[in-house]
Design a protein. Structure first.
Lengths: 803, 145
């Protein structure tokens, strides 16, 4: 019975039943046609003889052969006394000729009582088919087997598996029938009971709201009940015959299978918590799995009962949360209600939270006011009671209790209770612990004070306005800075503080800010001015920040007077301009000095040496001759170096013939010195520009090319110089690694620390009202300078003839 | 061979005297006059009618180029040679354009000056070897403009 199957009707129908089919082992145990080699001992078998004298009860004219055969059978059958089965030998007309001990034990008749009797009469045999049919089969096939019901001597009816074999003589005539009957009553009853039990199980399962299933040892579903469908939406027909791995995601199926195997292994019922994903989410189930046994007690399947506890889990969770909330509510209820009579005696105490009471309720009732709650409580209450009783008006009072470090605040509300006739007058006193509220209030007040202090003592003017720009608050510094009194500004538009010419713009900016409020400096990159009450203006910096409040958002403006800073910046600028100018002049002077004096002297020396060389006779002094020749060379080199140096300091060409030629000359020299190819693009005769502009542009080119040579690793550079009536533009670009972008940002920002060179360039350009930008050009960097050509810095003269 | 008469216009005394010695070391060459500025150079050229005037480029009162133009008016046969510190091809070009025949960079004087004076006296152009090539390039650039 190790293998089981469900019949088709059982798979779908509610009235199904489980019918175990015989196991292969059992098939093997079926009786083969009887050879009587029962004991497995052929020696014994060979010696067996049948005694005709002992066959039958006489009377009948049995042939000697028949008797012989009967005797042989009987003899052989004697060996079977040892067997537990009932073994009977009878004649073809059912007269018992042999009755073994098994038959004696089973049926209750002794051998002596049974032999000679008609077996069917004696045992009141009930056949599963008509007797004639049994006889016919026996004769035809030589054997018959089937289940018979016999009645024993004591009236017990037993079921036997009967195997009957016909013995024939040499002529083929039936001579005897050997009947071996095995009592299968118990087994049959067990089978019946099992069948019945399974039937019951099935009907329970079919109608159970719980989800149930049967699986065989291989994990195939043998059965699922209709509720199974509610779990996973699969009908029994879709499930039966499949394994979990065909129905569920693998990790889940593995878990199920592993649980199943545990049940098969332990052969005990086991409860598991299994989770599975269904259409509506994760389900948690308690699954009880228990083994199913066949009549041989072999576990052939398991039954699972699934209780989906998802809802329960959810409910439990909800309950847990709800309880926690309730607990929190209870714990946060700080109210105590006291009923106090006109004599100041506690008549009753209620509280939602006993922990609030300094003493148990039972101890408080009947005591006078002052008990338990302490001194602070006593007098204000005793004073209030008669008032409240007299006026009938409720009163609120605040009082503190406890020592200073553990002091707590309470708010009490006392109201009169209308007494019943004859009862004492009393009041209801509701006390609420407001310590936390008080502490918050105190902290708030402290914060407020701190804020006020900071606000008022700030060296910056601080104003708050509505999003519409109406001034709400301002500090002392605002008054001082703008020259208004506080009350003159509150309620006014912030534009009062803006110079008239900017007011329209300001209002527009304010609207834009309102749309996107965030902390930021106002008018980044612009110069901002404030307007005093007297109409005078002063430079300011403004930082804006929104303050989020539930309602009425507020904008804070922090205004700083930067007059001093501007002044300082201006003087720094003036100073640096002056320094640059001085530097230029100094360079020019040095260049002149070197060029006009030192270099000339060197030239004279060279000429003189030449003369010496010509007239002096050094034929006898080659050493002197050689030294002289070297001196001439050295003087010439020195003159050349001096010239180059002085030109770099200040190219005389710049003053004499202008920027274009000076650039050409400089670029030529640069190319020779550095081997960097330079493409210089400009008009052939661009005309003279104001001297300061020419110097500035020349210096920028000089600075840029020097940087390119030193830092960029570029093998080429491009210079473009072009101009129109309004402006002159200079672009210098390299194709090297460029200046790092971070440095670029710095270079573009005012006050950059990126080297004196770039600052110098910037300052020169700034003084001329122009702009210089450093942008990454990928590869390389583009330095673009734009200088406006205003009337004031237009050239007045072509060239200034210098020395 | 007739004497070659030369006028020196140079504001630096040391150079002036050095030049005189240097030039007069040549037989048949005679420095007939010296000027210390452009105006004087024009005056002396008009008065002395030299065959060659050696002009400094940068001089007080009147620079060498401006002086050259006037000298050519005052003394048409006189050939002009600029002796200067400037080694920029552009200045050489400018000088040549103004009618100057010779252009010698001062640091090359001991090497080039004699040949230059010799050349211009024969009405030939001479440019200092160190910048000669760049000057011809300069000419190309000028003609393109």
């Amino acid at each position: 019975m190790g293998e089981s199957a469900l019949s088709d009707q059982n798979r779908s129908g509610p009235k199904g039943r489980i019918v175990p089919t015989p196991s292969p082992g059992e098939k093997q145990r079926r009786w083969e046609p009887l050879t009587l080699e029962v004991s497995g001992n052929p020696a014994v078998s060979a010696e067996t003889k049948v005694s005709p004298r002992e066959a039958g009860d006489g009377g009948d004219a049995w042939s000697p052969e028949l008797l012989e055969a009967s005797e042989t059978l009987r003899r052989h059958a004697q060996l079977l006394d040892l067997a537990h089965d009932a073994i009977i030998v009878r004649t073809p007309d059912s007269a018992i000729t042999f009755w073994n001990r098994g038959a004696e034990a089973k049926y209750g008749w002794t051998k002596e009582e049974a032999e000679g009797q008609n077996t069917h009469d004696l045992l009141r045999t009930e056949f599963p088919e008509p007797f004639d049919e049994v006889q016919r089969r026996l004769v035809q096939d030589g054997h018959w087997e089937g289940e018979l019901v016999h009645t024993c001597r004591d009236g017990n009816r037993i079921i036997v598996a009967s195997r009957q074999v016909l013995q024939r003589d040499d002529k083929g005539q039936p001579v005897a029938i050997l009947e071996i009957n095995r009592d299968i009553t118990r087994r049959k009853r067990a089978e019946e009971a099992l069948k019945e039990s399974e039937q019951r199980l099935l009907s329970i399962m079919d109608s159970s709201p719980s989800i149930m299933f049967l699986k065989d040892r291989q994990g195939r579903y043998l059965y699922v009940n209709p509720s199974f469908q509610t779990l996973c939406g699969l009908t029994p027909a879709e499930v039966v015959g499949k394994k979990d791995s065909e129905l569920f995601p693998l990790p889940q199926a593995d878990a199920f299978r592993s649980n199943d195997l545990n049940v098969f292994l332990s052969e005990m019922p086991i409860e598991f918590e299994e989770t599975a994903i269904h259409d509506d989410g994760l389900h948690t189930s308690i699954v009880t799995k228990f083994p199913l046994r066949d009549t041989q007690s072999n576990v052939y399947a398991l039954c699972g009962i699934v209780t989906d506890i998802t809802e329960r889990k959810r409910a439990e969770e909800a309950l847990r949360r709800s309880e926690a909330r309730l607990q929190a509510v209870i714990e946060s209820m700080d109210d105590i209600v006291l009923e106090i009579d006109d004599q100041g005696v506690y008549v009753n105490v209620w509280t939602t939270n006993d922990k609030l009471l300094p003493r148990p309720k039972i101890e408080i009732i009947g005591q006078r006011v002052g008990f338990a709650f302490g001194e602070g409580f006593t007098s204000p209450i005793l004073e209030a009671i008669p008032r409240v009783i007299a006026n009938g008006r409720a009163e609120s009072l605040e009082f503190t209790m406890g020592s200073s470090e553990r002091q707590r605040w309470f708010l009490g509300r006392m109201s009169a209770i209308r007494p019943e006739a004859g009862a004492r007058k009393s009041v209801c006193f509701l006390i609420r612990d407001i310590t936390n509220l008080k502490r918050t209030e105190l902290a708030l007040r402290e914060n407020q004070a701190l804020f006020e202090g900071l606000f008022e003592s700030s060296p910056d003017a601080i104003l708050t306005t509505t999003p519409e720009g109406t001034i709400a608050r301002l500090n002392a510094q605002t008054e001082k800075l703008f020259g208004y009194r506080r009350e003159e500004l509150v309620g006014k538009s912030i534009e009062v503080l803006v110079p008239e010419r900017f007011r329209d713009h300001h209002a527009a900016h304010r609207e834009a800010y309102r749309a996107q409020p965030r902390v930021r400096p106002m008018g980044a990159g612009l110069e901002l001015f404030g307007r005093r009450k007297d109409g005078s203006e002063f430079p300011i910096d403004i930082l804006l920040g929104p303050i989020a409040k539930d309602k009425d958002p507020v904008v804070v403006a922090v205004v700083r007077d930067i007059t001093d800073r501007k002044r300082a910046e201006e003087s720094v600028r003036e100073l640096s301009a002056r320094l640059l100018q001085l530097q230029d002049e100094e360079r020019r002077r040095l260049a002149r000095e070197l060029h006009d004096s030192t270099a000339q002297t060197l030239s004279a020396i060279t000429l003189n040496l030449s003369v010496v060389k010509r007239y002096a006779s050094f034929e006898k002094n080659t050493r002197a001759s050689k030294a002289l020749a070297e001196s001439v060379e050295l003087a010439r080199d020195a003159a050349r170096e001096l010239r180059t140096f002085s030109y770099l300091l200040h190219p005389p060409l710049l003053d004499e013939i202008g920027l274009a030629q000076a650039l050409r000359w400089y670029v030529d020299g640069f190319v020779k010195r550095t081997r960097i190819r330079v493409n210089l693009e400009m008009a052939e005769n661009p005309g003279r520009l104001p001297r300061e502009i020419e110097i500035a542009l020349f210096r920028i080119v000089q600075e840029c090319l020097t940087n390119i040579h030193r830092h960029s690793e570029s093998s080429t550079a491009e210079i473009r110089l072009f101009q129109n009536d309004q402006r002159v533009v200079l672009e210098v670009r390299d194709r090297g690694k460029g200046i790092l972008s971070a440095s670029l940002v710095q270079a573009n920002a005012a006050g950059s620390k990126l080297g004196v060179g770039i600052r110098g360039m910037r300052e020169r350009v700034r003084q001329l009202g122009g702009q210089i930008e450093f942008t990454p050009a990928d590869p390389g960097t583009l330095v673009r300078t734009v200088i406006p050509l205003t009337r004031s810095n237009n050239p007045t003269q072509g060239s200034s003839a210098g020395r | 061979m007739a004497t070659l008469r030369i006028l020196i216009a140079e504001d630096n005394r040391a150079v002036r005297e050095g030049l005189r010695e240097f030039l007069e070391a040549q037989p048949e060459w005679q420095v007939v006059g010296e000027a210390v500025n452009g105006m004087e150079a024009v005056e002396k050229a008009r008065e002395l009618q030299p065959e060659v005037v050696i002009l400094d480029y940068s001089m007080p009162q009147l620079d060498g180029i401006s002086a050259a133009a006037r000298i050519r008016q005052a003394s048409p046969q006189t050939e002009l040679l600029v002796l200067t510190q400037h080694d920029a091809p552009y200045t050489a070009r400018r000088a040549l354009d103004a009618g100057v025949r010779g252009y010698v960079v001062k640091s090359d004087a001991d090497r080039d000056l004699l040949a230059a004076v010799e050349a211009v006296s024969r009405h030939k152009v001479f440019v200092s070897s160190s910048i000669a090539q760049d000057v011809s390039l300069e000419r190309g650039r000028s003609s393109n403009a």
